[in-house]
Design a binder for this molecule. Structure first.
Ligand code: UD1
Length: 420
């Protein structure tokens, strides 16, 4: 059975859209539940494919997991297994986040190497080096990360790069280590702050959350908790770009606008009117053809690499020429070939893309190579003449709850077509 979307061009999106919890937060919060025996409840979870996949990973180490709409309940046994080998491991990147909690709690872990989006090389050297500094051995053996320690002790750790996943794994291993751990050049993404908040509710002692220096004073044990996931800023930004590209008017609810300060500023430069409506909502209105602007991807608070496909989609129909620089994942420009099928005047040179805005794109069959590339192609398809067929939409289902339904509510004509 194969599925694709028919995206009808020419829409001008308008209305309100509600965004739920962040994919890149909920999966790590689910892994954090391993750190405490008992029942942890996570609310405002997105109904996306990655959540049941992560639930399978947790079940493979002995947790009971139930999912009821946006609520995930995880019961962690007194002695979980240290071997995480579910087939689901290969399907999502975030599965590697069970490594830190398992090593922290059990002092050993065998974790199958993760899968996930094909957006470039995704090594685990910083994760492993961090665990080694805490006193564990860590090797890759038969497709698994194998880590073992007699006991974990606090350490000073400098990351080469503010890696989101490495910061999370080291953080989750260090909360139960003896003594104090300092993680320098730590990632500062809002999803890391969300994880810190949940760990603190569980009894962890963490200072500096949201800064590039995290100080963790190890404690003997953590307790389960109930936690609400922060709104998904990447999904929120998707709607913001969709409004700007289709000359629409969208109010996005459920996302902290401050998590998108730079993004909204960029859209203002492109000609959008932005209104922040309290702590959890903002409105994006675009009257004229967007102006070309440059984008440079960087770790938070820089412009997120996950938003780069939306920047390319906007640039492709903007007035003028945009330069887009990708600093995080070298293979992320692959999707530009699909944009070219839609008539974009874009070319890449190393980690730069030059996009000369055209007045109109034209529909064509295109393929999503990852979650965000897929959403970027939908935005472009909405601006193209005719009906764009988007294939491999399972990528989009991994990250966007009720995507077609939300688009339809905003006035777009997008149909999911199931064949075979
Ligand atoms: C997370 C997000 C992903 C986002 C990315 C960057 C999840 C599930 N995924 O991925 O959507 O695009 O952050 O914001 O939260 N690196 C190394 N060695 C390591 C670890 C990372 O070289 O040990 C490199 C990577 O190849 C990449 C860069 O560091 O070039 C950033 O990766 P990282 O921040 O770790 O991304 P993820 O946590 O995998």
């Amino acid at each position: 059975m194969s599925e694709h979307f028919d995206v009808h061009g020419g829409a001008c999106l308008s209305g309100e859209v509600e965004v739920v919890g962040a994919k890149n937060s909920v999966l790590k919060l689910m892994a954090a539940a391993l750190l405490a025996e008992g029942t942890t409840t996570i609310t405002n979870c997105p109904e996306i494919l990655d959540v049941p996949l992560m639930a399978d990973v947790l079940r493979s180490v002995g947790c009971a997991v139930s999912i009821d709409g946006g609520t995930v309940v995880i019961t962690t046994p007194a002695e979980p297994s240290y071997v995480a080998s579910s087939a689901a491991m290969a399907k999502l990147r975030a599965s590697v986040c069970v490594l830190g909690p398992l090593v922290g709690r059990l002092k050993r872990a065998v974790v199958a190497l993760p899968g996930g989006d094909a957006i470039g090389s995704r090594p685990l050297d910083m994760h492993q080096n961090g665990l080694r500094k805490l006193g564990a051995t860590s090797v890759i053996d038969h497709g698994c990360v194998v880590a073992e320690a007699d006991g974990l002790h606090g350490a000073q750790i400098w990351l080469d790069f503010p890696s989101v996943g490495a910061t999370e794994n080291i953080l989750m291993a260090s909360v139960l280590a003896k003594g104090t751990t300092v993680i320098d050049n730590a990632a500062r993404e809002p999803e890391i702050v969300d994880l810190c908040v949940m760990l603190q509710q569980m009894g962890a002692e963490i200072e500096g959350s949201g800064t590039s220096t995290l100080t963790v004073h190890g404690v003997d044990a953590l307790r389960p908790t109930t936690h609400r996931v922060i709104g998904d800023r990447i999904v929120g930004a998707t709607w913001a770009f969709a409004a700007a590209a289709t000359r629409g008017d969208i109010t996005v609810r459920g996302v902290n606008p401050h998590h998108l300060d730079l993004v909204l500023e960029k859209l203002r430069h492109a000609g959008a009117e932005i209104t922040v409506v309290g702590e959890e909502a903002f409105r994006v209105v675009q009257h004229e053809r967007p102006r070309a602007i440059d984008f440079v991807t960087l770790p938070y608070p820089g412009f997120a690499t996950d938003l780069q496909p939306f920047a390319v989609a906007l640039a492709s129909i903007a007035e003028g020429t945009s330069m887009i620089t990708e600093n995080v994942y070298e293979a992320r420009f692959r999707f530009i070939d699909e944009m070219v099928r839609l008539g974009a005047d874009a070319r890449t040179d190393g980690h730069h893309a030059v996009v000369r805005g055209v007045k109109r794109l034209s529909s064509a069959p295109v393929w999503a190579s990852d979650i965000r590339a897929g959403a970027g192609l939908v935005i472009a398809g909405l601006c193209a003449d005719g009906v764009t067929q988007l294939w491999d939409v399972f990528h989009i289902d991994r990250g966007y709850p009720y995507f077609v339904e939300n688009l339809t509510r905003l006035g777009a004509r997008v149909e999911r077509v199931v064949e075979g």
